[in-house]
Design a protein. Structure first.
Length: 147
């Protein structure tokens, strides 16, 4: 069982996969956007090939919590994805993940062109890792209530 994380951009879709124990997120190659049908089919195919049981897609929400035109566009994409894949698709607040990804790459002294290529993949990895950490924390709290 694995979980897939997505950072849905206009030019690329960053992809990350969890390990089997749902502890860590690893970035995968980004999907270069072509058209809606082929983008959705590529994600579905990757999900099936990797035994994905759930997909977590980053939702670009403004810092003040409001939704923008980009938020609406991504929500529509997520709804279309959910209609074709056979696993649940969850929306996850991705605030600050792009900034975190940029900072990580700057600390790694990456060139601007390499940062541009890797930013979606790293953002997807951060989205998924945040989700995995949330799940672990929720289970801990749940376990404490049952004691």
């Amino acid at each position: 069982m694995r979980i897939m994380g997505l950072d849905i951009g206009t030019k690329r879709i960053g992809v990350a996969l969890s390990d089997e124990l749902l502890l860590t997120a690893q970035g995968r190659d980004s999907i270069e956007r072509k058209d809606l049908k082929s983008d959705l089919e590529k994600i579905d195919s990757m999900a099936v090939q990797n035994g994905v049981s759930e997909i977590v897609a980053g939702l670009p929400i403004s810092m003040n919590g409001s939704h923008s035109a980009k938020t609406k566009e991504v929500m529509e994409f997520i709804d279309k994805l959910a209609a074709i894949v056979k696993v649940p698709v969850r929306k996850w607040d991705e605030r600050l993940t792009s900034l975190q990804a940029e900072n990580i790459m700057l600390e790694g002294d990456m060139s601007r062109s390499k940062r541009r290529r890797l930013s979606d993949k790293i953002a997807a990895q951060l989205i998924l890792q945040n989700y995995l950490d949330f799940m672990k924390a929720s289970k801990r709290v749940e376990g404490e209530k049952n004691v």
